[in-house]
Write a protein that binds this ligand. Structure first.
Ligand code: NAD
Ligand code: TYD
Length: 353
């Protein structure tokens, strides 16, 4: 790996991944962050990395992954040998309100990247296209069972259907054109730089503003939560040790109901603010359920653990504290993220409920 194109590197996981590679690995090459900067993309997420490495080992290209010529030019300009593809529309609620951007970016954008990789790399085998996906492609579980790499796809939201489509395209390019790909399907991430429309940062920010904490339905839907840096280390492990053509599930082995998450965040925030344990729980507000709300996600990640030796390094109790502390120490980031387009969107779509 000499020149890695990271798509969506200004978003939540992409920016954590770029920081992880520069700070925690022995990678010596260049990273080219290709991001359109949608509402979820924020170059400020990497201002520390840009200050150290911009122009030498870190490059930013504001480009849409659907732009055929733009992506072709980046492959040539930097002689890209590795793609780590994060760029996506990522929020289920937005996909319900309007699926079009999800189809464009997640499906057409992935197709455009694959086409460019195939054209630029030809038959080369010393290259890699790593595609980042989600456990949501596997559908919804009942009270028992797990998602395995072999579980048939059964996506239920426009978001997960668009991610499933992109996964199938990546597989098709492997089988049809011999493109050296790997894929990973990961459970819910949390941690620093998480955009505040997602559950955990939304809770922290609403508590800070003493606003209602919206819990969809009965609050008993289950997600498996993984600290974002552990997702980054898993991806890097796949890039360096993974077998070409394979898919790896990544998870936290940490299932929680949504109401457990809400209670935990309330308790940590109360402790930080010197309030009694249940002080913020009065803000909990049960609201209308998300349409088609998947009941339970739970992922089996034995394959990456046993074959590649990866494991989680942060347990949930540590990770959630680190996350709350990060938000409490980054007031300016929060202020910037909450201004502009996101503020208008949240006022229009959320606060009416
Ligand atoms: P995010 O919404 O925080 O970031 C997405 C980034 O992609 C943003 O920087 C945005 O500007 C960029 N982007 C969007 N459309 C683009 C386009 N057309 N061209 C170029 N850039 C574009 O998302 P995230 O939570 O960091 O998720 C990253 C990836 O990980 C996604 O593929 C998502 O499906 C996957 N994933 C996320 C989670 C999770 O819990 N967040 C879990 C599993 C998998
Ligand atoms: P989210 O962070 O949107 O991730 P995903 O839908 O991709 O799993 O939501 C996590 C869980 O929290 C999901 O079951 C929906 C629920 N949720 C709420 O109850 N209230 C909220 O305000 C949000 C954003 C999510």
């Amino acid at each position: 790996m000499k020149a890695i194109m990271v798509t969506g590197g200004a978003g939540f996981i992409g920016s954590n991944f770029i920081r992880y590679v520069f700070e925690k690995t022995d990678f010596q090459g260049k990273i080219i962050n290709v991001d359109k900067l949608t509402y979820a993309g924020n170059p400020e997420n990497l201002s520390d990395i840009a200050a150290k490495f911009s122009g030498s080992r870190y490059f930013f290209e504001q480009t849409d992954i659907c732009d055929k010529e733009g992506i072709a030019n980046i492959f040539k300009k930097y002689d890209i040998d590795t793609v780590v593809h994060f760029a996506a529309e990522s929020h289920v609620d937005r996909s319900i309100l309007g699926p079009k951007d999800f189809i464009e970016t997640n499906i057409v954008g992935t197709f455009n990247l694959l086409e460019n990789a195939r054209n630029y790399w030809g038959d080369r085998k010393d290259v890699r296209f790593h595609h980042i996906s989600t456990d949501e492609v596997y559908g919804s579980l009942g009270e028992t069972g797990y998602f395995y790499e072999t579980t048939p796809y059964d996506p239920r939201s426009p978001y997960s259907a668009s991610k499933a489509s992109s996964d199938h395209l990546v597989e098709a390019y492997k089988h049809t054109y011999g493109l050296p790909i790997t894929k990973s399907n990961c459970s819910n991430n949390y941690g620093p730089y998480h955009f505040p429309e997602k559950l955990i940062p939304l809770l922290i920010l609403n508590i800070l503003a003493e606003k209602p904490l919206p819990v969809y339905g009965d609050g008993l839907n289950v997600r498996d939560w993984l600290y974002v840096e552990d997702h980054c280390s898993a991806i890097y492990t796949i890039l360096t040790k993974g077998k070409v053509g394979e898919t790896y599930n990544i998870g936290g082995e940490n299932e929680r109901t949504n109401i457990e998450i809400v209670n935990t965040v309330c308790e940590i925030m109360a402790e930080k603010h010197g309030k009694e344990k249940d002080f913020y729980k009065k803000l909990i507000t049960f609201v209308k359920d998300r349409p088609g709300h998947d009941r339970r996600y739970a992922i089996n990640c034995d394959k990456i653990k046993s074959e590649l030796g990866w494991k989680q390094s942060v347990n949930f109790e540590q990770g959630i504290r680190k996350t709350v502390e990060w938000y409490l120490s980054n007031a300016q980031w929060i202020k910037n993220v909450q201004s502009g387009e996101y503020k208008n969107w949240i006022n229009k779509n959320y606060e009416k409920r």
